[in-house]
Write a protein that binds this ligand. Structure first.
Ligand code: CTP
Ligand code: MG
Length: 493
């Protein structure tokens, strides 16, 4: 389960509430055990048990060290104490501020009678007078919180059986329930999520073991079953270091897409992106037109200027300077459009002249050209010559790219490449972060990949949809096979 959607993450979360209020129960339902620093748990570690008050000094000593260490790494930290010590609160707040983390107080409110009742049921109950004193203290602390500089002070009810329910400033939408979402409708032609987005799997890694054909088939069928709008295959000659080792398989995309076309799914198929340096423009036009014929018109073409010198050198393919590659990008778009056009007449365009445009099979539907790249000129080419511009989903850069693109053409279609860490719950998400982060700090990797549950990614995708994004290309760094599509499916609903 994720923290309530209204809680920032990563964050310092300080719990405030008397014994038996339900602080530990609230935290355990929302955070990983490692994220919760509890004075009771530390008393049990250094003393005879959670109620060993003689161990308090040692326990709090450790608590402060753990909180300091976690916050300095920008890791979400839930401090589970009574929360009544103003000096400690101020210190934690300062540490979190220094680390640039959001700072939250969660007040766990439970009627005195209920707390007293629960206290009585415990193995070692707090003496009645102590509990009464805690409640008086609590009542003094709560009004003071508003002036301490917290980003958010949330009050949650510690009573009632449903420990998963939200609080006064949070909603209860932190389950992965999909009951509210309409089912995907594969028959409707265009597949969009209820947020209005086309969700397309970008295949960049191919851990297919001994059986490439079965792996590709099963992944494509799983994507189709999940209601995704399509599959995009990366186009490189050597696996790029951002994704995997150089000796990992990276198949030729048009051949790969041909196999998928044979499955008869409702998926749109194409490349993201084809570097214009790798093939003569006309040959790319031919490949895409053939795929259009084989898919019944469900084909798109991603195009970019190319950037990786090494793969060109290794394959004996020229790698001209950036300016020439960008010229080639413009010329390629013109060439493919000329060859996809009606008839076979000669073409005499702005940058390209062709003696004839005989290209059969012809595309059976228009093939959208998606231009990738974030350079000044790539963005201009995308907006002015492409059918769509593809840029990274990362904020705030996305907003800058949108402004530039819309400066060129107000109604430009925008697609984004999203590289999320998606976990089934908070524990699974962090296990994945830990596995994938390489040499990056966990918090940095989690931030960069928006690590979270499908529900959290949907919250983020709502922001993309609001910005007018049309399509999200989703690439999973930990895609192993068809089962992984279960983590993407909720995004497509
Ligand atoms: N409890 C409950 N319903 C809730 C929350 C808690 O019945 N909505 C019960 C828990 O099962 C537990 C008791 O109330 O037996 C106290 O909850 P806990 O979360 O342990 O309270 P804390 O605020 O953490 O108390 P302490 O300060 O003593 O650790
Ligand atoms: Mg507790």
């Amino acid at each position: 389960m994720a923290p309530s959607p209204a809680l920032p993450d990563p964050a310092l979360v300080v719990l405030v509430g008397p014994s038996g209020a339900g602080k530990s129960t609230w935290a355990a339902a929302r955070f990983r055990a490692e994220e919760i620093v509890s004075s009771d748990a530390l008393r049990a570690l250094v003393g005879s048990g959670p109620a060993d008050l003689d161990a308090s000094i040692d326990a709090f000593d450790l608590l402060e060290r753990i909180v300091t260490a976690r916050l300095s790494r920008r890791l979400t930290t839930v401090v589970d104490t009574l929360g009544t010590d103003a000096d400690r609160r101020r210190r934690w707040l300062g540490l979190a501020r220094d680390a640039g983390l959001a700072c939250v107080v969660v007040v766990v409110d439970t009627p005195v009678a209920e707390a007293r009742r629960r206290n009585g049921l415990r193995d070692r109950s707090v003496p009645a007078a102590v509990l009464a004193q805690q409640h008086r203290r609590h009542a003094q602390v709560v009004p003071a919180l508003a002036d301490e500089g917290w980003d958010l002070v949330v009050t949650v009810p510690g009573s009632g059986g449903d420990v998963g329910s939200g609080g006064s400033s949070t909603s209860s939408g932190d389950s992965l329930s999909t009951g509210a979402d309409p089912p995907s409708s594969p028959a409707s032609g265009e597949r969009r999520s209820s947020q209005g987005l086309r969700i397309v799997l970008q295949l960049s890694r191919f851990p297919w073991g001994e059986d490439p054909r079965t792996w590709l088939r099963d992944v494509a069928l799983a994507a189709d079953d999940a209601g995704l709008a399509g599959i995009a295959v990366m186009d490189h000659l050597i696996q790029i270091p951002q994704v995997d080792r150089a000796w990992s398989p990276i198949p030729e995309p048009w051949v790969t897409l041909g196999l998928m076309a044979g499955l008869g799914t409702g998926l749109d198929l194409g490349t993201l992106v084809t570097p214009v340096t790798l093939r003569p423009a006309g040959v790319t036009a031919k490949a895409a037109a053939t795929l259009s014929a084989l898919t019944g018109g469900r084909t798109f073409l991603g195009l970019g200027a190319g950037w990786w010198e090494r793969e060109h050198a290794a394959y004996g393919v020229p790698f001209p300077p950036a300016r020439d590659r960008l010229d080639a990008l413009e010329a390629t778009i013109e060439t493919v459009r000329a060859l996809w056009g009606a008839g076979t007449r000669p073409y005499d365009g702005e940058r390209v002249s062709l003696p004839e445009t005989t290209c059969y099979p012809r595309p059976v539907a228009p093939i959208p050209v998606v231009v990738g790249g974030t350079g000044t000129r790539s963005l201009r080419v995308a907006a002015t010559l492409g059918d769509a511009a593809n840029v990274p989903s990362t904020l705030p850069a996305l907003d800058d790219h949108l402004a530039v693109l819309r400066g060129h053409r107000r109604d430009v279609a925008v697609t984004v490449l999203d590289l999320p860490t998606i976990g089934t719950d908070r524990d699974d998400t962090w296990a994945r972060v830990e596995r994938l982060r390489g040499r990056s700090a966990a918090a940095a990797y989690a931030g960069r990949t928006h690590a979270g549950t499908p529900a959290q990614h949907r919250d983020r995708y709502a922001g993309l949809a609001e910005r007018g994004v049309d399509t999200v290309f989703v690439a999973l760094a930990d895609l192993e096979g068809p089962d992984d599509l279960a983590r993407v499916a909720p995004l497509a609903r």
